[in-house]
Design a protein around this ligand. Structure first.
Ligand code: CTP
Length: 399
């Protein structure tokens, strides 16, 4: 995801410096070009040799090494982003006040690229008014602050001040580089995953939907700048971006209620969930015991959420439905477009072995109320999500 991005990592003297090793490794794995600058104190915590090996670049920490002068201006100009992680209380104070007694600080003061900081310190230091004032000063300089976590601290105490995990820092960087404003100001709801219809306290009727397509769509919509609410049935999926609000539901009835509550406030609804069409008429209060002979369950139809939003949409709201078909695919998808009053239907066919439930790839046909059609290649669900979102944006512009 970060191919070709030039990222300069600044490491200061803090126990959390061990996390920088993982950060550098993951950034390189994601295709970024990484250079490291350390304060002299940071060298007490992690070895420059490890960082040089992982980053594939020499690690610098002195303004002059032997007879060589380190060109701090060029390092700051080389980078697309300067990430100081961990940022100790001491270096924070120096940055806030423009001190320049080591190479990292000289790079900071001369950097022309955006600066991101991930502080790390004990809770009492974190909460001190001087620290908070220094953070405010950095914010005022336009630096981006990755919030600290709560948890066990180096002192053995529990509290606020832990440096964000490398994964969270990478998510922050991905958002910085890739979140666009194409859908800025647009509110979107996405339904995803299966629903479980309880038979008794231990059994349910479900389906094979993994939720991968819906989660990929929610993330792609978020990366295009939308404010995303995800309504998810039971899945193993997790969202990468903390900015996506997740509403967890279980049954078709719960998904209906949540969707109906959220829908009036959104501009776009993407209904990718595999909602059960039928649900047991009654849920037994106790586990149903095995009896001789057959067992019949009476199933009643669930409410169709897509149909509800399609028929209740107001001017300007755009509704995307999904159709999973095994025969007469296009004809059935067109029928769904009509009957559910969607603006667009994403047709999934189970004919392709590598498309559909559980797998990472998919191939879809998009059919629009205005007659436009688009067929994708077989691609990863993340790539399909990009195509679907680009298509939706193009239709919104065409309206
Ligand atoms: N859908 C829904 N609520 C339901 C059933 C389906 O919102 N109770 C939505 C799905 O999220 C999807 C679309 O309707 O966007 C079509 O789902 P699909 O299972 O393909 O079609 P059904 O309407 O269930 O019809 P059939 O099973 O006969 O194909």
């Amino acid at each position: 995801m970060l191919e070709g991005k030039k990222i300069l990592i600044g490491i200061t003297g803090s126990i959390a410096a061990y996390k920088s090793i993982l950060l550098v490794r993951q950034l390189v794995k994601q295709g970024a070009e990484v250079k490291v600058v350390m304060t002299p104190a940071a060298r007490e915590f992690v070895s420059p040799l490890v960082l040089a090996t992982l980053s594939k670049n020499a690690v610098v920490s002195e303004l002059a090494e032997g007879s060589e002068w380190s060109n701090h201006v060029m390092l700051g100009r080389w980078a697309d982003l300067f990430v100081v992680a961990p940022l100790s209380c001491n270096t924070l104070a120096k940055m806030a006040n423009g001190l320049c007694d080591n190479l990292l600080l000289a790079v900071y003061l001369s950097a022309t690229c955006p600066v991101v900081i991930a502080p790390a310190m004990d809770e009492d230091m974190w909460q001190h008014p001087a620290t908070q004032r220094n953070l405010d000063l950095l914010k005022g300089y336009g630096n981006h602050i990755i919030p600290v976590n709560s948890g066990e601290l180096a002192s053995g105490l529990h509290g606020e001040g832990r440096m964000a995990e490398p994964e969270a820092i990478i998510v922050f960087l991905v958002e910085h580089f890739f979140r666009t404003s194409e859908l800025a100001g647009k509110k979107v709801m996405v339904t995803a995953g299966p629903t479980y219809e309880a038979i008794d306290p231990v059994r349910f009727i479900g389906n094979h939907s993994s939720g991968k397509m819906g989660f990929a769509l929610a993330e792609e919509l978020y990366l295009r700048g939308a404010d995303v609410q995800l309504i998810s049935g039971p899945t193993q999926q997790i969202t990468t971006y903390a900015g996506i609000r997740v509403n967890k539901v279980r049954s078709a009835a719960e998904m209906f209620d949540t969707s109906v509550a959220i829908f009036p406030g959104v501009d776009i609804a993407v209904m990718s969930a595999a909602v059960a069409d039928y649900s047991p008429a009654e849920t037994a209060g106790e586990k149903i015991k095995k009896q001789p002979g057959d067992l019949s369950l009476l199933l009643l139809p669930t409410k169709d959420i897509l149909q509800y939003v399609g028929t209740h949409k107001r001017q300007g709201q755009y509704v995307v439905g999904f159709a999973l078909e095994t025969q007469n695919e296009k004809e059935n998808a067109h029928k769904k477009l009509e009957s559910k009053q969607a603006d667009c239907i994403v047709l999934n066919s189970l004919r392709d072995e590598a498309a559909g439930f559980g797998v990472d790839t998919n191939k879809v046909t998009l059919l629009c109320k205005d007659g436009t059609e688009m067929v994708t290649e077989l691609k990863t669900k993340k790539e399909i999500a990009k195509d679907i979102v680009s298509f939706i944006i193009s239709r919104l512009h065409a309206e």
